[in-house]
Design a protein around this ligand. Structure first.
Ligand SMILES: *Cc1c(COP(=O)(O)O)cnc(C)c1O
Length: 455
């Protein structure tokens, strides 16, 4: 008999509501703090850079939030995404574990980031936004937002860290195909960029500078707003479509996972995959579920960071956020999984980990690529370097299950494909890739820069 490999839902089965983890937290989130007033950031302050419907979602504690018809309609371009049983990988590992993965690499921009980009562009369109400015590092978020803005008739301006602009020209080209205006940051478009260039005309740029440019762009243009691709509550909310679909698909397979796994950069794809399952852990229907966030050894904020108020960006423009952090001034080394090089973890993921409802594991870069190549050879899909951290963690758990002789069910999220990351694969295959672990000494130094917020 031929066994099923993938479980595909119909378009009508796309969830009609997102799940809001804020409704079920053991204790409510600590508020964002405006560092200039020392007081909780007000809704009006947040509305200066985000449209009101997004701010409402950011602060909402309603358990279920409707997904607008127009958003579901664009989602249909690639959703529901397939759930696949990695039978070849199971055979290769000779494990009794069953390994399932959700493939978010099938989105037009190639990663889960489109799930939030589409929703954010829609609410901005509704709120009358004509222009969205954002920053992008490796270019995943920029390409997702560029496509989303085109779908809803909004001008998109992307400040792309200059070194990535030069090293990843095809991500830039993709954004331009979708009609976005892409500037290498620091740029001459903004006062912030010109200042940096005056001092250092050859500056390579950083996410911190790019954020400053994007925010200046927003405050100097009419009907302009800012959009962020991870970390914040509304982004985590939009991503829960991943886990909600996966739950339906697992049910069709007659399964419920013992372990769910996703990689963690700012925390949005982990939130998306894990929160709908953690809901069941909290309400007692699946107490023993384990949720594991796979972090890079170069930037392990959940495993090695402190739980404290910190800024979201290098320059300290954002409100202070209570989260696990290695400090906003910590510079992780240049691993290929650029999407995981963020100093903090989303406040929701941080709260869940603090409450011991999820755990983290640390993966070295070479271990991740070894797993990625094994996965590609077994299942045919070339994973993004970020996603490869989740694959490594899943393989590790499958090998533990083999040792214990237990038929555990493991579900992981394949957050994106690696078609734009072949330079990184070249480096791995030629034996030139190195592990770049973080230095506790540098983190300790950076932790001195945490903002002083009275709690
Ligand atoms: C951006 C990105 C990540 C990390 O971001 P999260 O917000 O933690 O999900 C992971 N995988 C891919 C493919 C990405 O593009």
């Amino acid at each position: 008999m031929l066994e099923n490999k993938k479980i595909i839902l119909a378009e009508k089965d796309i969830p009609t509501q997102w799940y809001n983890m804020q409704a079920d937290l053991p204790t409510p989130l600590d508020p964002y703090i405006n560092p200039r007033t020392g007081k909780p950031a007000t809704k009006d302050e947040l509305c200066q850079i985000f449209p009101e419907p997004i701010v409402n979602q950011e602060l909402s504690t309603e358990r279920w939030i409707d997904i607008p018809e127009e958003v579901r309609d664009v989602y249909k371009l690639w959703r529901p995404s397939p759930l696949i049983r990695a039978r070849n990988l199971e055979k290769f590992l000779d494990t009794p574990a069953k390994i399932y993965f959700k493939n978010e690499g099938v989105s037009p921009s190639g990663s889960h980031k489109s799930n939030s980009a589409i929703a954010q562009a829609y609410y901005n369109m509704k709120a009358g936004t004509k222009r969205i400015a954002t920053e992008t590092g490796a270019g995943q978020w920029g390409s997702a937002l560029a496509m989303a803005c085109k779908m809803f008739g909004i001008e998109c301006v992307v400040y792309m860290v200059k070194v990535s602009f030069q090293q990843k020209p095809y991500r830039k080209s993709l954004m331009q195909v979708y009609g976005a205006n892409v500037f290498a940051s620091p740029s001459v478009q903004t006062e912030a960029g010109r200042k940096v260039l005056e001092k250092d005309p050859n500056c390579n740029g950083s996410l911190g500078i790019a954020i400053s440019e994007a925010i200046e762009d927003v405050v100097t243009h009419q009907n302009a707003k800012y959009a962020l691709g991870s970390v914040l509550n509304h982004v985590a909310l939009h991503q829960t479509i991943i886990g909600l679909e996966a739950k339906k698909q697992m049910e069709i397979a007659g399964e419920y996972p013992d372990i769910v796994i996703a990689c963690l950069g700012g925390g949005s794809n982990f939130s998306g995959m894990a929160f709908p399952f953690i809901m069941d852990k909290i309400n007692g229907t699946h107490k023993n579920l384990r949720a594991i966030a796979a972090e890079p050894s170069a930037c392990p904020k959940l495993s090695k960071g402190v739980y404290a108020y910190d800024f979201g960006d290098l320059s300290g423009f954002t409100p202070a956020i209570k989260m696990y952090t290695l400090s906003h001034t910590f510079m992780p080394s240049g691993i290929h999984a650029g999407g995981l090089r963020y100093h903090g973890a989303s406040p929701l993921v941080s709260a869940i980990v603090k409450a011991k409802l999820a755990e983290s594991t640390v993966i070295k870069q070479t271990e991740a690529f070894e797993a990625a190549v094994t996965f590609a050879r077994c299942e045919g899909i070339l994973p993004a370097p970020e996603s490869s951290h989740a694959i490594r963690a899943a393989i590790n758990e499958a090998l533990i299950a083999k040792e214990e002789g237990k038929a555990k069910t493991i579900l992981f999220n394949l957050s994106g494909h690696g078609h734009f990351d072949l330079t990184a694969y070249d480096s791995y295959l030629s034996g030139n890739m190195q592990d770049c672990d973080f230095s506790q000494e540098e983190v300790n130094k950076a932790l001195k820069d945490l903002p002083k917020i009275a709690e």
